[in-house]
Write a protein that binds this ligand. Structure first.
Ligand code: 5CA
Length: 194
């Protein structure tokens, strides 16, 4: 698996990720794989790690009268799905929904399958799934569908300024762990089944 050591040799999209991390003092080791790692399963197989260790970067949008949509980026463990009702409660955006592929590209500058946690053209709110903290190291997309990089969950959180909150679609009430935000973390009223 070739390491992309030479920043000049990197795809421009990957370079945006590496440079954004470098500006925050984090030296990313981006690995460019030979086969696509479009999905978390692909990435886990290619890297020989657990699917839960793969960071899914999922774009959601909250409607805004003035600017159209505000993106919210969810960093989710590869085995989990986002429960939109939980996410809505965590971010205080009742009308939040999944971005279309086109919206995701227009808002982030990256294509689905390679959307990274950092390197976006505008600051973006980030919510991180606490399950990523189960691992010493997780792997996130590096700007294109064959590029991934390893990162410690705490470093990923610091790099993205993420709020860590239970947004995954799981049975039972949302756990109120020490990372749960002070705001409306648990969905109020009946949760909408996904
Ligand atoms: N490179 C991998 C592992 S890091 C990756 O980027 N995975 S991902 O989960 O972050 O991105 C793929 C996800 O994009 C899929 O799981 C799927 O949930 C989502 N997706 C795929 N097509 C669409 C679409 N048309 N609209 C919205 N989301 C989509």
């Amino acid at each position: 698996m070739p390491d992309a050591d030479d920043p000049q040799a990197l795809d421009p999209a990957v370079r945006r990720v590496v440079e954004a991390a470098a500006r925050k003092g984090v030296d990313l080791r981006v690995v460019v794989l030979e086969a696509t790692t479009h999905t978390a399963e692909d990435a886990a197989r290619a890297l020989g790690v657990e699917v839960g260790q793969i960071v899914k970067s999922l774009v959601f949008v909250a409607p805004r009268e003035s600017t159209g949509h505000e993106p919210v980026l969810c960093l989710v463990s590869g085995t989990n799905r986002v429960d939109p009702a939980r996410l809505a409660a965590v971010v205080g955006e009742p009308a939040i929904r999944r971005a279309t592929a086109r919206e995701a590209r227009d808002l982030t500058g990256f294509t689905i399958g390679g959307i990274p946690p950092v390197g976006h053209p505008h600051p973006v709110r980030v919510v991180m799934d606490p399950d990523l903290g189960r691992y010493r190291e997780v792997w996130a997309a590096g700007g294109m569908d064959r590029a991934v990089f390893p990162v410690a969950p705490a470093a990923l959180r610091a790099l993205t300024n993420a709020v860590v909150a239970p947004i995954a679609d799981k049975p039972g009430p949302a756990p109120a762990g020490p990372d749960a935000p002070a705001g409306p973390a648990a969905p109020a009223g009946p949760a909408t089944p996904a």
